[in-house]
Ligand binder design. Structure first.
Ligand code: AMP
Length: 227
């Protein structure tokens, strides 16, 4: 289904700690609604792999599980948002992560007459996050996400989506770094729940259950927020 009736492109934000399922759910929403998933983590990993100036500056913070500086992330996001495909509407996955970023996003959207349709908080228990994050991996071909315990490919070693057999794990998905990433979430990102609540843009969803049940709940929120 395309959200074509809306006059300005939809802007949805997924908030939640590492392992909450933001990436998985963003991909599902992307398919269902024809929106574009923008993951600042993916954009930064790409910048690191290409050894761009921003990538070189971001690498140390990413390796340690800390946040990359606001100026780097805001510049990367601003450039990506200016690309044509974002006119379909976007799901922000992993941005904003600080109040400075949230304010910068408000300014950027204001310049193009856009607004945030909803900031959706994926509510999870911290205790489950380390296991969720340490067991996950993705298909190197199409990016489909899997998990050692919760979501194995139907045929072992073969991606359900594209048939590829090259899987990869993120370097920062290990128990030590996950602890630092959770700390960064609580100290710097969780305050955004209050920030968006104050703007009446906040929606909450219990993200501890089954992936498809959460997807259903999220789809209903997105339909309501973009109607
Ligand atoms: P993610 O893929 O969203 O888990 O992000 C991986 C890493 O990239 C994080 O642990 C941070 O180091 C960095 N990162 C991603 N998005 C942001 C952001 N909005 N602000 C600061 N750092 C970020």
């Amino acid at each position: 289904m395309d959200i074509a009736v809306q006059t300005t492109p939809a802007v949805l934000i997924l908030l939640g700690p590492p392992g909450a399922g933001k990436g998985t759910q963003a991909r599902m929403l992307e398919e269902k609604f024809g929106l574009v998933q923008l993951s600042t983590g993916d954009l930064l990993r790409d910048a690191v792999a290409r050894q761009t100036d921003a990538g070189m500056r971001a690498k140390a913070a990413m390796d340690s599980g800390g946040l990359v500086s606001d100026d780097i992330v805001i510049a990367i996001l601003r450039d990506r948002l200016a690309q044509d495909d974002c006119a379909k509407g976007v799901i922000l996955d992993g941005f904003p992560r600080t109040t400075v970023q949230a304010e910068a996003l408000d300014t950027l959207l204001g310049e193009t007459g856009q607004r945030i349709n909803a900031a959706i908080s994926l509510e999870v228990d911290d205790a489950a996050m380390v296991e969720r994050v340490s067991g996950r991996y993705t298909c190197g071909g199409c990016g489909e996400g899997y998990h050692d315990s919760f979501k194995q490919p139907k045929t072992a070693g073969v991606c359900d989506k594209c048939g590829g057999s090259d899987f990869k794990r993120r370097a920062d998905d290990n128990a030590e770094t996950v602890g630092a990433r959770l700390e960064a979430y609580h100290a710097q990102t969780a305050p955004l729940i209050t920030y968006y609540d104050a703007k009446s843009a906040l929606q909450r969803i219990d993200a501890m259950g089954d992936i498809s049940a959460i997807a259903k709940g999220l789809a209903a929120i997105v339909e309501g927020a973009t109607a």
